[in-house]
Ligand binder design. Structure first.
Ligand code: ATP
Ligand code: MG
Length: 251
């Protein structure tokens, strides 16, 4: 683990990404302080998820730089970024649907360990993981479903499992891609409370279209459009900005 050398949890510097002729990230720069709650907004196709994919390492940028806690990770694979304390959820659920909740969470925890390629481990190692997996499910009120296959549970419950898996890694930086999408009002309130309870040691960056809920959780906001940062800063200032209304709120 690299020592904390920066006041920023994340710095994105002049990031560019194109798919063929389509430029999806155009000179994006961002600086997110330790413990900050940042909301990323923008119309469909603005490049929000693509930005997350580059931060997590799921996609490589064409140029630019990504620093996690002061260290350049631009060339590092996703699992190496996880070792810096980065964790994320996906816009599309990535759980194994035929497998139980408990096993999914256990696999998630296992994938995180640096020693995952090591074949031999004491039995207690797996016992500890299963205990941790159950504790994780309990934290989101889903322990009673631990033995059920993912395919049996409701969409909102899957989203909570996914969020719980990300939180179980005790991330220093957490990326949430539309955690409230497709949820009922009750589920939305549950997930909102869960996000609000994330400790300050964890910096949170959230992409979300549900402004009513998301703005309560955000301190700072970045508006993206056509792969560019249009407005960036303190929540109320960004929301009051004419450009935000034009690009997003007025839409
Ligand atoms: N792997 C890919 N190959 C080609 N084009 C892609 C790929 N991934 C994303 N794009 C394109 O990049 C653009 C931005 O997509 P992205 O998913 O980042 O948008 P978004 O802001 O997350 O939108 P939404 O709010 O709908 O989730 C879109 O035009 C999309 O079609
Ligand atoms: Mg998206």
């Amino acid at each position: 683990m690299t020592p904390q050398t920066s006041e920023h949890a994340l710095e994105v510097i002049d990031l560019k990404k194109a798919f063929g002729g389509l430029v999806v990230t155009q000179s994006v720069s961002l600086a997110i302080r330790h413990g900050e709650r940042r909301l990323i907004i923008g119309p469909n196709g603005a490049g929000k998820t693509t930005l997350f994919n580059q931060i997590s390492g799921d996609m490589r940028p064409n140029s630019g730089q990504i620093k996690l806690f002061g260290t350049d990770v631009t060339q590092l694979a996703p699992y190496k970024r996880a070792h810096f304390g980065l964790s994320r959820t996906y816009q599309i659920i990535t759980l194994f649907s035929g497998d139980t909740l408990e096993h999914n969470v256990t696999l998630g925890l296992l994938g995180l360990r640096p020693s995952r390629w090591q074949m031999w481990r004491p039995m207690s190692f797996y016992g500890d993981l299963a205990t941790e997996a159950r504790r994780t499910l309990d934290a989101v009120g889903l322990l009673h479903l631990a033995e059920h296959p993912v395919s049996d549970i409701a969409y909102g419950e899957k989203r909570r499992v996914e969020l719980a898996m990300a939180l179980a890694q005790k991330p220093r930086l957490l990326l949430l891609d539309e955690p409230l999408a497709g949820l009922s009002n009750t589920e939305r309130a549950q997930v909102k409370a869960l996000i609000a309870s994330i400790p300050r040691e964890t910096t949170v960056i959230m992409i979300e279209h549900d402004m009513d809920t998301a703005l309560d959780l955000a301190e700072t906001v970045t508006l993206l459009n056509y792969g560019r940062v249009i407005v960036d800063g303190d929540r109320d200032t960004v929301i009051a900005d004419e450009r935000t209304r034009e690009v997003y709120l007025g839409a």
